[in-house]
Design a protein around this ligand. Structure first.
Ligand code: SAM
Length: 255
């Protein structure tokens, strides 16, 4: 591109000056446009990262108010060990809850997410209604864990540090994700103890707040998808499960 300035009339010289000022050589122009495009892409990437990080943090909130892990556990035990409540859970409540859980597990069997040959774990099973339901629908090799054991259906175990070896179960169910003070440990333990290709089903509340014993609040499925980083999201379904409204199904990736 020419930038030569020749002597001439005033008008000619002004024209040449404008021409000189506005003309940018081809190669620097390409570099400039590429640089601007690169800066644009970079800004989009930062905006995307900011919004993703923001919504994940905003969609899973840990409740404050527990001064220590022990105080959190003590609060859970207060309710789970209550003798009057345990009486109700094991009598009046029993059949109704077993029948609702059985319907959920039957439905999972029809969708080939659970089978009679599955080795199954129910996390936070309290007195064991969900384990009784698993056995009732034919999943004989089933057990529950809770802070308070109730043999033979429920053994003692903290879901932040499950008392099982790696890759033990084909199927894990829980409706107590909201009780996890450390959700990443809760999910990490599920992914550790599930076999490759194993299925995890969580019942969670997205559209209403859970009870005063909950330790976190979940507002979308997105944080679960991020926490289940060694699994694929398989299904998200609406359910009506004792105040919990959403069923989320993950399958652990095959190595
Ligand atoms: C809302 S109850 C749910 C009981 C049962 N899944 C049901 O639907 O009937 C929550 C249960 O989680 C148990 N839990 C709380 N924190 C736990 C922990 N860290 N490890 C194991 N179980 C825990 C409690 O003891 C309680 O039995």
């Amino acid at each position: 591109m020419a930038t030569e300035v020749r002597a001439g009339s005033d008008g000619e010289q002004q024209l040449m000056l404008i021409y000189k000022k506005t003309t940018i050589p081809k190669l620097p122009m390409i570099i400039l446009v590429s640089l601007l495009f690169f800066l644009f892409l970079l800004s989009q990437f930062h905006i995307h990262r900011r919004t993703t990080a923001h919504s994940t943090a905003a969609d899973l909130r840990i409740r404050h108010g527990y001064t220590s892990y022990d105080s959190h556990i003590e609060r859970q035990l207060n309710k789970t060990l209550n003798p009057k409540l345990r009486k109700i859970w094991t009598t009046r409540d029993w059949d109704r809850k077993v029948s609702v859980f059985s319907a959920f597990f039957d439905s999972l069997k029809r969708r080939s997410l659970l089978s009679n040959h599955s080795k199954a774990l129910s996390i936070g099973a309290r007195v064991g209604q969900e384990v009784a339901a698993l056995k009732l629908v034919g999943v004989e090799d089933s057990v529950g864990i809770d802070l308070v054991p109730r043999p033979p259906l429920v053994v003692e175990g903290d879901f932040h540090a499950q008392p099982f070896d790696d890759e033990t179960f084909d199927f894990e169910f829980s409706n107590v994700f909201d009780h996890a003070l450390y959700p990443w440990k809760f999910v990490g333990e599920i992914q550790r103890t599930l076999k490759s290709g194993g299925v995890c089903v969580l019942h969670v509340a997205l559209s209403r707040r859970t009870d005063k014993y909950s330790a976190n609040d979940l507002y979308s499925v997105r944080p679960l998808v991020e926490l289940f980083n060694r699994s694929d999201l398989v299904e998200v379904n609406k359910v009506d499960g004792f105040g919990l409204d959403t069923e989320v199904v993950f399958r652990k990736k095959i190595k």
